[in-house]
Design a protein. Structure first.
Length: 139
């Protein structure tokens, strides 16, 4: 299924709600877009939609942030797939909940699909003061 939404920062809760309706309880969500496209901002909105009040920050240097018991956030900008797996993070994806992955590539998504993970892709493209969110899910 593919859906496209256009939203401003003030309308991001609507995007998060739509993503929430489109996904099962356990999913790996790939967030893609150029630098400063709004990947971490969307991750914050998704966390808020799930009821988490903790500050959501980009895990650029730590690679992974864990929020509560059902939300994990990964940043693979400086972490190739081999390093991701060597760090044991593939096993981390088996934990229940949503796993938001910034900068994950199509090779990783294909591998996860082969292993039976439900994946979604959210491509973020700036458009003036808004963003275009193209949401693609496995189902």
């Amino acid at each position: 299924m593919t859906k496209t939404l256009i939203a401003s920062l003030d309308e991001l809760d609507r995007v998060a709600e739509e993503i929430g309706r489109s996904l099962p309880e356990d999913a790996v969500i790939f967030l893609r877009g150029d630098l400063a496209a709004g990947k971490t901002t969307l991750a914050k909105a998704l966390a808020e939609a799930m009821g988490y009040k903790e500050a959501v920050t980009s895990p650029t240097f730590s690679v992974q942030q864990i929020y509560g018991d059902r939300l994990r956030h990964y940043d693979l900008y400086q972490c190739p797939n081999e390093k991701f797996m060597a760090m044991g993070l593939l096993e981390s994806l088996e934990e229940p909940g949503w796993h938001m992955v910034e900068w994950g590539d199509e090779a990783l998504r294909s591998l996860l699909r082969e292993l039976g993970f439900f994946t979604a892709l959210v491509e973020i493209t700036p458009k003036e003061e808004k963003r275009i969110y193209r949401i693609e899910t496995d189902a």
